[in-house]
Design a protein around this ligand. Structure first.
Ligand code: CP3
Length: 360
């Protein structure tokens, strides 16, 4: 590794890690499981460490981001760590006036709506996220044989926050820009794809073992809109990592109709929410690309089911695992992130139940 952390990847060889085996399309030694948003407010040790530190400050403090990333690995015995960060970290690092407001989400001071706004949107210099690379290097020394997943927000989901100025139910300003000013739209998404790819390249160079591109809100689009206005830009991000040597996961919520398109953007693993059983998701992927490798899916236990009591959770986990076996390749996860009020002991027990399930 160079002093700056760029150049030769520092990645550890982890040939037996169940998560990486499954993500590569091989048969893992057990059903791998990790949880989106496994780090965070469900954990008392997180709330204690974060007290008094703003979210985005925590994301750029190497020691703190490393410790928060490790907390759910120690507690639950999950098969992968996910870098503690946020989709807006590279935007903020590049100089965009964006903050995370507790209970709301990302809030952007000057929404991006015109050609001039797009032209003024700064690109990311890798040095601006060097604290993240430093945190990854700390993590690699602590994680032993647990893989580390890096991530970025996909161009559409980032654009939604930038255009709306904050979280949005209907994404109306975003869709209006997309349809009424397509040249402006494509210029915006191209810039955001560059930012996401730069951020992911920094993470890969620092040593992450896999990456996930979160297009959380892509399910708001029709397939036609997705293919015309979003797919080329997500393909730029995922295609830019084709030779990075790490599995690429692509996830969104409510994307049952988009799964083949999202895979074709360059995903090795396709994340699925709880609305579509995993075997049916895999059948859709197979039918859309019969010549491609066997699909690998990730998901998809409804995070709300974790509030229904241990026997329901175990029964639903067995169902998801069975549907995952029928799908072919499977990484167990929730259908979206851990909800903040989730009892962490339920997650620990869920990991045990998943690890008891047969792989084939
Ligand atoms: O999965 C993990 O454990 C890694 C942590 C992670 C965070 N954000 C930490 C976080 C990940 C993967 C993200 C990605 C992210 N951020 C997405 C994509 C994933 C998804 O959930 O769909 C999105 C859409 C965001 C934007 C965002 N940031 C939202 C909607 C929120 C929640 C706002 C709130 O308070 O309810 C955030 C803030 C955020 N990101 C928190 C955490 C732990 C909560 C901040 C806190 O602890 O105060």
């Amino acid at each position: 590794t160079t002093a700056s952390g760029r150049g030769t990847p520092a990645r550890r060889p982890l040939p037996d890690a169940p998560f990486l085996a499954a993500a590569r399309g091989e048969t893992p030694s057990r059903v791998p499981v990790w949880f989106m948003r496994q780090a965070g407010r469900s954990l008392p040790e997180y709330r204690e460490l974060r007290a008094g530190t703003p979210m985005l400050a925590a994301c750029t403090d190497p020691g703190m981001l490393a410790e928060i990333t490790l907390q759910p690995v120690r507690r639950h015995g999950v098969d992968a760590a996910i870098l503690f960060s946020d989709i807006v970290v590279p935007l903020r690092a590049a100089g965009v006036d964006v903050d995370i407001v507790a209970g709301t989400g990302p809030v952007v001071a000057n929404p991006v709506r015109s050609d001039a706004d797009v032209a003024n949107l700064p690109l990311l210099d890798p040095d601006q996220v060097s604290p993240v690379a430093d945190g990854i290097r700390l993590l690699l020394g602590e994680l032993a044989d647990t893989p580390l997943i890096g991530f970025a927000g996909a161009p559409f989901t980032l654009a939604s926050y930038l255009v709306e100025g904050g979280p949005s139910r209907n994404h109306e300003r975003t869709k209006a820009l997309m349809h009424a000013a397509p040249a402006t739209w494509h210029a915006l998404l191209d810039r955001l794809a560059t930012v996401a790819l730069t951020f992911l390249n920094v993470q890969v160079a620092a040593g992450v073992d896999a990456v996930q591109l979160f297009d959380s809100w892509a399910g708001a689009l029709s397939e036609a809109e997705y293919r015309e206005f979003v797919l080329p830009h997500s393909a730029k991000v995922l295609g830019g990592l084709a030779d990075a040597g790490v599995p690429r996961i692509h996830f969104g919520v409510g994307t049952a109709e988009l799964l083949p398109a999202m895979r074709s953007a360059g995903a090795d693993v396709v994340g699925v929410d709880w609305r579509l059983p995993l075997d049916r998701a895999a059948a859709r992927l197979r039918a859309a690309a019969p010549e491609a490798a066997e699909p690998v899916v990730q998901g998809n236990l409804d995070p709300a089911v974790l509030f229904a009591g241990s026997s329901v959770v175990a029964e639903q986990a067995r169902r998801v695992a069975a549907e995952g076996r029928a799908a072919g390749g499977h990484v167990f996860n929730l259908g979206h992130g851990v909800l903040p009020d989730t009892d962490p002991d339920v997650l620990t027990r869920l990991v045990e139940v998943v690890h008891e399930q047969p792989v084939r």
